[in-house]
Design a protein around this ligand. Structure first.
Ligand code: SIN
Ligand code: FE2
Length: 215
């Protein structure tokens, strides 16, 4: 195993993947200890769980939320809610380290003044995937999606505006941030089954944060 197996080799680079979609390599590495500590606080209050889809299947990734609104799914459908259905309590507040990271990444991607009110926290164990989908449950489709990858490397699939459009495969490492908005806001996307080595800081899992303006 080489000593720099977990270094983010492209940190500082930006890769356009659409007219208003960009990968900011290593953007979340500055302050990542604070971000991981903030996630620990959130998951202690609202543990990640495998939500049930309207079709009756357990989702592959384990999900929790922080912020005024959280995304939830059950047999009745998908929705944003202020209350964690598992605890009956409000979702934990969005830690300032996370809000600041989301706002600065959005600004770097050309979306100033991004003020997310929802942060989905997805945990991917090895083998976990996420099928192609659009993020379309939010009220404000003018605001971008900011997606932060931590822990194990994953292959992100970024498709078009139709489910059948071809996808590009993008390797996302610990610290990479993807932002998509404007004409790219409703692009289909997903995650191939997570494989590979445990991450030295995060362990044998990948954590993804997606920030949205949902309400
Ligand atoms: C999502 O689309 O909600 C998650 C994407 C990812 O895990 O990279
Ligand atoms: Fe998504």
């Amino acid at each position: 195993m080489s000593f720099d197996l977990f270094a983010n080799h492209n940190a500082g680079e930006r890769e356009a993947i659409g007219p208003a979609a960009v990968v900011l390599r290593g953007f979340a590495l500055t302050g990542v200890a604070d971000v991981l500590a903030a996630i620990d606080t959130v998951v202690r209050c609202a543990p990640p769980r495998h939500m049930i889809t309207p079709g009756g299947h357990a989702m592959s990734a384990a999900l929790t939320n922080c912020g005024p609104l959280g995304w939830a799914s059950d047999r009745r459908g998908y929705r944003y809610t202020g209350i964690d259905p598992q605890s009956g309590l409000p979702w934990p507040p969005m830690p300032p380290a996370l809000t600041a990271l989301a706002a600065s990444a959005a600004e770097a991607a050309g979306f100033p003044h991004f003020a997310p009110d929802a942060c989905l926290v997805n945990h991917y164990a090895p083998g976990t995937r996420m099928g192609l989908h659009q993020d379309r449950d939010e009220q404000d489709l003018d605001a971008p999606i900011v997606s932060v990858s931590l822990g194990m490397t994953a292959t992100f699939l970024f498709g078009g505006l139709r489910r059948t459009d071809p996808s590009v495969r993008i390797r996302l490492e610990h610290g990479d941030v993807v932002v998509w908005g404007g004409p790219d806001r409703l692009r289909f996307h997903g995650v191939a089954p997570v494989r590979g080595h445990a991450h030295p800081l995060v362990g044998e899992r990948r954590i993804n944060l997606t920030f949205r303006k949902a309400g």
